[in-house]
Design a protein around this ligand. Sequence first.
Ligand code: GLA
Length: 729
Amino acid sequence: MHTVFYDTKKQMVSLQGSRSTYAIKLYNSNLPMHMYWGPKIGSIKDPGTFFSHERAFAIRVKDRDTSFFIEEMHFEYGFSETGDFRIPAFSIRDGRNYPVTGPFETVFRIHERKPEIQGLPAARMKKDEKLESLEIVMSDTLSGLEISLHYTMFPEDDALVRNVSFHNRGDSAIRIEKAASMSLDILNRGFELLYLPGVWAGERRVMRTPLVPGSISFGSTRGISSHQFNPACALLEADTNEFRGSAYGFNLIYSGNFLTEFELNQDQNVRINMGIHPDSFEWQLEPEQRFDTPEAVLVYSDGGINGMSGQFHRFIQERIVPPGFKHRERPVLFNNWEATYFNFDEKVLKELTDGVSDLGIELFVLDDGWFEGRNSDETSLGDWYADRKKLPGGLRSFGEYVEKKGMLFGLWIEPEMISRRSELAQLHPDWHISNPGRPLSEGRNQLVLDLSRTEVCDFLIDTVDKLLSSALIQYVKWDMNRYITGFAALHLPVSRQKEVYHRYILGLYRIMKTITEKYPEVLFEGCAGGGGRFDLGILFFMPQFWTSDNTDAVSRIRIQYGTSIFYPPITMGAHVSIVPNHQVGRCTPLKMRACTAMSGNLGYELDLRRQKVEELEEIRQQIQFYKKYRRLIQFGRFIRLQSPFDTNEAAWMFLEKDGSDFIFFWFRLHAEAEKAVSKIRLSYLVPDKIYREDSFPLEYTGSELMHGGLPLPQVEGEYASLMFVFHGN
Ligand code: GLA
């Protein structure tokens, strides 16, 4: 299928999705200009001369050429130090330490396949799939640097992936100080930025703010993508809502330090840059070497925020997560963390196992505290073998017990970390990240292993491999519980010191790739103190992530709602926990906790030995219900209906892809007096289908539900929730 169309006469390329177009023009043979991104248009006739005039204070890029004004033009990769005074996409020094400035001699090349990206996860191509890809090659004759902008359109989801490679074809080393994965200039249309700021236990809050003259930027310098800012964001036209209007979504397939910048200038131009955070980055590129940036994903939707989410959700399922998990149902799990913390032994674990197997749980996850000497968070990270005091028979024997009870066995690990009090630290006292001569900075009483070192990564691959082959482990919760600080690289030369944060991520990805490819059947769930590394980079290797350490239903409704804007519910681990809740102290009904957790991959994380018989019966029924409908929940279309950030209520639904059955969830966060009768309008139903809910019973046409709305019964009390299953005929 053709997706890239090149008009050689006009020097214009368009990338065509099924409902969107992205167009680029090569101006003056050296300026790749952004021409268009939005609803699908066929051929583009615009000659791009709109910009060719001179203005006061215009900087002439070349000699006395006054035919264009660079600061006003819309580019595909923002220049630095050329008279384009917006935030540059790149900053590079040549062998003399002089700035490498454009414009560069530029050509378009079209390839049959998306190019490989060295060492980084990237959108997956199917076997033997042909999908055209555009390369814009900008060559700097002076330094020999070649900058290639790569573009591939995945037409089914209107997802355009972009990245940049830098190839040193000169004969002296080049220093890259900033290298955005994508950069783009578009004319402001009253844009508002939607992004997801947060905090530990309060990840991914929905924030929408107008762009104002100047710049807005967010990112991470914590070594991981972070609880504070997720890389995903969107530009919305001012009247765009969940169901209508233009949404331009962005995400980055990367798990380390990143920076996203939006700058609105005097010409109503919006520049967008997204990529590795330049504050903690530099790369020395020797002759003949190539550096590839992470890949960015751009999605255009004219169907509002839900439309954009749907495209991202499908794209993640089809092109990001490991292919073996694309269609695989996720088991209902039990996790012992909030039930026992570090305080357990085999007897306790067996009691828990006995209790949960009877309820229909399919996977028993043994969380932190199982390995040698780990009775608190002050010790033992690195010593990944069973504590015989707690597990006299070792992991294998306990795993067999779990299996005998008819469940899979899962294990928590935190391989990237090392405790000062550990055998590993005795054996390799110099393997952790440090800054010699300065105090060691600890977080949660632990240090981080230096994954920029090959031998440390090799050791971890070997250790995790041995662990997985030693017992019957079919699920792994891969945790990462601190930010990275004070990172000096003892093994790297002076000129490469600022490469360490990116090298850490390259090391991490090599480990994850090797392990997950060797154990393709094992279900991996990423975790970083909850959702501190919930990003496309990790999802490429691990198809789900522990969404947040906060298991309080009210908090979770917001967290899952925010997360769902860019990530499908099947990527979210969600557990029912005890009340009063351990993170916020709130008591919510079991029903609300279950409705919330069922809206992701359902798990239970509480001491079921202390639950009343009626509660256990309720849990048994919840699990039965979830199993019956989990295909719909995990693989159906997720639609947000009402935002808990704007109102005291939240509502969403999961719809079969063919528009037939759906499950509707509604929550009220706090009790209200004199509550008016309310109706919620549903979406994406088949207008003339009859939808029936048997338990109430209710019956409506699709049109009625979409235009008139679903009337909600009056529900009394604090933390109310409703769940309806409709079957369409
Ligand atoms: C992190 C995780 C928790 C739990 C603990 C164990 O905080 O997010 O779910 O696994 O570590 O120490």
